[in-house]
Design a protein around this ligand. Structure first.
Ligand code: ATP
Ligand code: MG
Length: 252
């Protein structure tokens, strides 16, 4: 089943075409990585897919409905969440409070009632579940400013998961995290996505080892266009393609 569909999508900033006629769809069960050199249009594309930007022309459908420019709150209500967008991490809030905020916002409980509902057993149970899925259960009472960089990233993504989305979009979730920590972080994300029943993951990632390890499908963008849309096998077999996309060859 098709979840997301971009049809002849174009986004211009002034006269500059950041996205130049992209058509592609993402189906249930897919893990799609979006790769490409700096400035290729990856973030702009995801901003269009998540309704943060309105396309100059073309359309974005989520479960058959046009979501161009609808914004993150309406998008989450329809079942798509994006890490780093909807729930801001406030440094003074604890991990438990941050996750409770996400759970509560998903349940459309008014913000005025937040103080009382965050004590709510149902909210607390959900916070506990999400914390366990992300290995943050021993950090629940820690203010987020005291978390390690990798834990902050996990909390970012955990907050998006707490919104109970069907599709999740991750724009470089491992940026700023040490190479040693990256694989552990991705493993946690992927197993959390599976246990949460997430139907599709779209990942923007520069680290080709991670892309190779987790993707079912790799979409390479260059100058706002789709250069290739392949499974990892054929993608990594094409040295010319890798060279163009990354500017260097993969180590092995
Ligand atoms: N709001 C904007 N106004 C003008 N130009 C923009 C805007 N947003 C992006 N661009 C331009 O569009 C192009 C694509 O940018 P985008 O951020 O989507 O690239 P990217 O593939 O995500 O790059 P990176 O790997 O560096 O994150 C770039 O040339 C960028 O300068
Ligand atoms: Mg980007």
């Amino acid at each position: 089943m098709t979840l997301i569909e971009a049809r002849d999508l174009t986004k211009k900033f002034g006269a500059f075409r950041a996205i130049d006629g992209i058509t592609l769809s993402v189906s249930e069960g897919e893990f799609v990585s979006i790769v490409g050199p700096n400035g290729a249009g990856k973030t702009t594309f995801v901003n269009l897919l998540t309704g943060l930007l309105r396309p100059t022309s073309g359309s974005v459908l989520f479960k058959g409905e046009n979501i161009g420019g609808i914004g993150p709150v309406a998008l989450a209500e329809r079942g798509m969440a994006r890490a780093f967008q909807l729930v801001q991490i406030f440094p003074q809030m604890t991990v438990a409070e941050t996750l409770a905020t996400a759970v509560v916002s998903r349940r459309k409980i008014s913000w005025r009632m937040l103080a009382s509902v965050s004590e709510d057993a149902d909210v607390q149970r959900r916070v506990g579940e999400v914390a366990i899925a992300f290995g943050l259960e021993h950090r629940l009472q820690t203010p987020s400013r005291l978390l390690a960089q990798g834990e902050k990233k996990l909390l970012d993504v955990a907050s998006a998961f707490a919104l109970e989305p069907e599709v999740i979009l991750l724009d470089e979730p491992t940026s700023g995290v040490s190479t040693a920590e990256k694989h552990g972080l991705m493993k946690t994300l992927v197993s959390a996505a599976k246990s949460a029943g997430i139907k599709a993951v779209i990942l923007i990632e520069h680290d080709m080892d991670l892309v190779a390890a987790y993707s079912d499908r790799i979409v390479a963008l260059s100058e706002g266009r789709v250069l290739a849309d392949l499974p990892p096998g054929p993608f990594f077999a094409d040295a010319m393609l890798i060279e163009t996309v990354i500017g260097k060859r993969r180590a092995h």
